[in-house]
Design a protein around this ligand. Structure first.
Ligand code: FES
Ligand SMILES: [Fe+2]
Length: 459
C-alpha cells in the first residue's frame, strides 16, 4: 500500500506545472488484487460472499466470475445448488453448456457427469472397467442461500467459517429484505472506501452535484470513525436547526457495509437502528465488482422515503447515479456514486492522491485491510463477524435525531462531535439487546447524555 503524497516542492507548486506533476505509477496490488494465490485474494477467500440473486438462477446453468475465477452455478433436479469451476476437467468445455441432471450436471462434450460437490459420478465414454472417475474431481465451492441471495465460500475446506446472519436483517418483525445487484467496472476497494467517506454525502449528494439526499445533508458535519466489534462506524454529526442529527454507517471487514437512508428531514426526534441498505462490495476480478445485498423495507424507512419491492433488482436501485445507463450529459450534470467511484480508475492510483483530514475513514479502512491481509498471509485466521451465541451478529448502523435543549450548546464543533461519538458508542454498549430494545435503551441514554452536557455547561 502507498503512503499519501507529502509536501510538494516549490517547482511542483508553480502554476501550469502539469509537466512536473504527473502521477507516479500505482502499486496498491497488495490490497487490490483478488485472484487465487494473491495476498488480498487469499484474505477474501476466508469469508462468504454473495454473488447472485436466487431469482437469477432458473433452469439453465449461469456462468459467473468471482474473485478472478470463472465458475458456473446451477440448481440440479433435486434442488441442490452447485458452484463449479467453469471448464470441464476432461478437456475444458464450459459447463455453462452442461446439461443439468436430477443429480449434478453433465458436460455436453463427452458426457462426464459431476455432482454438486465436484465428484465425478460417471465418465460414460470410458470402458466399464475404467477407474478414471475416482482419480479426479471438478473444482467446486460451497453455496449458502439466504434471503434470496446466493453466497459462496471459496477458501480452504478446513477454514470455512460459520455462515453469519445479521440482526437487522431478521429484526424487527416488520422488516422485509429485497435483494439487489449492481455491476461496477472498478476494483472492490474503491466501493468500500466510498462508504468510509461520509463527507462525500454533503458534497456529491447535496451541495455540488444536486440535492440527492435531504437538505439536511448540506450542513457540514463533524466526522468520526469509532471502532466497533465488526470494524468501524463511518459517521457524521450535524446540528440542523434545533436538532442534532447523527448518521452512522457500518464498515464491516472485509467488504460489508450498512447504510441508513439519505432522506431524513431532521424535523422530528427518532432513534433508528435501521439500515436502508446492507451491502457487500464483491470482487468479480481486479477490475470489476458487484455492489449487492439487501434493501430494507420497514415502517422506519417508509417514513422518510417511499420505496417498494419492485424498485430493486439487477442493476436497479431507486437512487440517482448508481449505474451508467443514463445519458452521458445527464451524468455530467448530476453525477452520482457510480460516476465518482468508477472514474477513479479500474484500480484507483492511490499513489497519486493528496489526502486531507476528511479522508480519515478511508485511511483507517486501508490500514485495517492491509493488517488483515498480513494476518492471513502469516497463516492466522482473520477476524470474523462476532457471533452472538446462537443469535445473529449485532450491527451498528443508525440514525439519531434529538432536539437540542436550550441549555446545551452544540454549535461548538468539539461538543457536537463528542455528542455524536457518545451516542454512537451507546449502540455498541447495548449490543447484547435485539434491535428494538436496543433502540429504546439508546433513546434513554442519548437523552441522559444531553442532560449531562447541560449540567456540564451550567457549572
Ligand atoms: S470436455 Fe467435458 S466431458 Fe469432455
Ligand atoms: Fe454516495
Amino acid at each position: 500500500m502507498t503512503k499519501p503524497s507529502t509536501a510538494a516542492t516549490q517547482r511542483e507548486l508553480r502554476p501550469y506545472s502539469g509537466y512536473h506533476n504527473r502521477p507516479a505509477p500505482s502499486d496498491d496490488s497488495f490490497i487490490t488484487q483478488v485472484g487465487p494465490g494473491t495476498p488480498g485474494g487469499e484474505y477474501l477467500r476466508r469469508y462468504w460472499h454473495p454473488f447472485l440473486l436466487a431469482s437469477e438462477l432458473k433452469d439453465l446453468p449461469v456462468p459467473v466470475r468471482l474473485l478472478g475465477e470463472d465458475l458456473v452455478v446451477f440448481r440440479d433436479g433435486s434442488g441442490q445448488l452447485g458452484l463449479l469451476h467453469r471448464h470441464c476437467i476432461h478437456r475444458g468445455t464450459s459447463l455453462e453448456y452442461g446439461i443439468v441432471a436430477e443429480r449434478g450436471i453433465r458436460c455436453c462434450y463427452h458426457g462426464w457427469h459431476f455432482n454438486v460437490d465436484g465428484t465425478v459420478l460417471d465418465t460414460p465414454a470410458e470402458p466399464q472397467t475404467s477407474r478414471i472417475k475416482d482419480n479426479f474431481v471438478q473444482g467446486a465451492y460451497r453455496i449458502h442461500e439466504w434471503k434470496g441471495l446466493l453466497f459462496a465460500y471459496m477458501g480452504p475446506v478446513d477454514a470455512e467459517p460459520e455462515f453469519p446472519t445479521y440482526d437487522c436483517v431478521d429484526n424487527p418483525s416488520d422488516n422485509e429484505v429485497v435483494p439487489f445487484r449492481m455491476n461496477l467496472p472498478c476494483n472492490w476497494v474503491q466501493i468500500v472506501e466510498n462508504g468510509s467517506d461520509p463527507i462525500h454525502n454533503a458534497y456529491l449528494h447535496a451541495i455540488v452535484a444536486g440535492q440527492q439526499f435531504s437538505a439536511a445533508f448540506k450542513v457540514l458535519p463533524q466526522l468520526d470513525f469509532p471502532e466497533t466489534p465488526l470494524g468501524f462506524l463511518s459517521m457524521a454529526t450535524r446540528k440542523v436547526g434545533d436538532y442534532v442529527f447523527v448518521r452512522a454507517s457500518d464498515i464491516i471487514l472485509p467488504n460489508m457495509g450498512q447504510f441508513p437512508n439519505g432522506a431524513n428531514r431532521v424535523d422530528a426526534e427518532s432513534v433508528g437502528l435501521r439500515p436502508f441498505l446492507t451491502r457487500w462490495a464483491v470482487a468479480v476480478d481486479d477490475h470489476n465488482s458487484f455492489y449487492m445485498g439487501f434493501a430494507h423495507l420497514n415502517s422506519y424507512n417508509a417514513g422518510v422515503r417511499k420505496i417498494s419491492r419492485e424498485d430493486f433488482g439487477v442493476d436497479q436501485i431507486p437512487f440517482i447515479g448508481q449505474t451508467q445507463d443514463r445519458p452521458h450529459a445527464e451524468r455530467q450534470r448530476e453525477p452520482g456514486d457510480f460516476d465518482a467511484v468508477v472514474t477513479q480508475g479500474a484500480v484507483a492510483n492511490r499513489k497519486a492522491e493528496h489526502l486531507g483530514t476528511t479522508d480519515r475513514g478511508v485511511v483507517l479502512f486501508r490500514r485495517l485491510l492491509a493488517n488483515a491481509i498480513r494476518t492471513t498471509a502469516e497463516g492466522k485466521v482473520p477476524v470474523q463477524p462476532r457471533l452472538n451465541g446462537d443469535k445473529p451478529v449485532s450491527t451498528y448502523a443508525h440514525e439519531v435525531v434529538m432536539r437540542v435543549p436550550d441549555d446545551v450548546n452544540l454549535d461548538d464543533p468539539q461538543r457536537l462531535a463528542q455528542f455524536g461519538r457518545e451516542a454512537a458508542l451507546s449502540f455498541v454498549e447495548f449490543d447484547h439487546l435485539p434491535p428494538l430494545e436496543r433502540e429504546r435503551a439508546v433513546d434513554k441514554k442519548v437523552r441522559e447524555i444531553l442532560q449531562s452536557m447541560a449540567h456540564a455547561s451550567a457549572k
